[in-house]
Design a protein around this ligand. Sequence first.
Ligand SMILES: Nc1ncnc2c1ncn2[C@@H]1O[C@H](COP(=O)(O)OP(=O)(O)O)[C@@H](O)[C@H]1O
Ligand SMILES: C[C@@](O)(CCOP(=O)(O)OP(=O)(O)O)CC(=O)O
Length: 365
Amino acid sequence: MIETRAPGKLYIAGEYAVVEPGHPAILVAVDRYLTVRLTEAIGMGRVHSSRYGHGPVTWVRDADGDTIVVDHSPFDYVTAAITILERLRSERGLDPRYFDLHIDSELDDSSGRKFGLGSSAAVTVAVVDALDRFYGLGLTAMERFRLALLATIHVAPKASGGDLAASTFGGWIAYTAPDRARLLALSDAVPVAEVLTAPEWDVCTVRPLPDLTALRLLVGWTGSPASTERLVDRVRMSEDDLDAHYARFLDDSRTAVEELVAAWDSDPATMLEIIRRCRRLLQKLGRLRGTTIETDQLRTLCDLSEASGAAGKPSGAGGGDCGIMLLPGDVSDDAVLATWREHDILRLDLRPHLPQTADTAGAVR
Ligand SMILES: Nc1ncnc2c1ncn2[C@@H]1O[C@H](COP(=O)(O)OP(=O)(O)O)[C@@H](O)[C@H]1O
Ligand SMILES: C[C@@](O)(CCOP(=O)(O)OP(=O)(O)O)CC(=O)O
């Protein structure tokens, strides 16, 4: 049996802007995991997950042996990851084999509600990792990340992949996305091995940041998970809509994230000021597009943070899900957590998942 595990993630800054190629965001991988167990099978593949209430998803190969055909269920992150890895396996001339996957996730609560910790990314990263080992492909972390992003954009073409980078590399990272529309077109036209080294990846960067010690991270979950795709659609709209306000948002977000990287762990006061600024940028973006990124509970979380001398902001797409708070040493958790409880904000007890191997810890592009 092969077992792989991928961590969840949180956005610290730069969300929304990061969907535009080359615009930076900061994320952290967190110590809640999704686990995949793979066993060899005969005649068909099965995917077991509590997500699939109706029993396992099953798949077989078509007559040419290279394409997988999924029984009844919609094409999702798992089947997209299997499809791209099977293409690579075939390109390398390796014999096809069947396998069963068992998926267990800590990224939802027991009733299946997601916490916004990146379950789609974690499942994609963990399946790519499992198949890499099963077929002995010997992929690097960067190749696994790129394959996970290629799988993801076949399901969610606008996804930035920041969550995949955090889940693959671990720790705190600064991330910029490639042009996924071009990669999607390319991946349908040329072999996967060729897509993995295409110049389209040049603007995609994953830079590890040191562990954060100068500030503490608290995470509050406000329920009512958002549909990220829907929010991104509303905020990004069409290419024609890249108006002056949006361009300004992108510029301001880039400046803030770059300043945050420069101040990282060495200048906590500046870091707090930048997180507060990032909150306001997201508020402005929400107003501009008529969408609620900062819900009432997220506003409460952020206001309480600022009133106590800390800084808070929505994390990710907002509209619910998680808010983050960064606290300097002189602000106590207890007072803050008591007010969170009064407002039904659930503290998620999370710590950074730090890089485990030299392969995932290095400076990368
Ligand atoms: N345990 C799991 N088993 C199978 N697929 C999963 C699992 N967890 C998440 N997924 C996939 O990820 C999707 C959720 O993605 P999304 O709504 O973006 O949530 P998140 O914010 O947690 O990434 C699900 O619809 C499913 O396709
Ligand atoms: C808006 C975004 O920049 C960040 C969304 O982050 P979330 O953490 O909300 O995402 P999910 O894990 O899918 O719920 C879109 C993106 O980067 O793709």
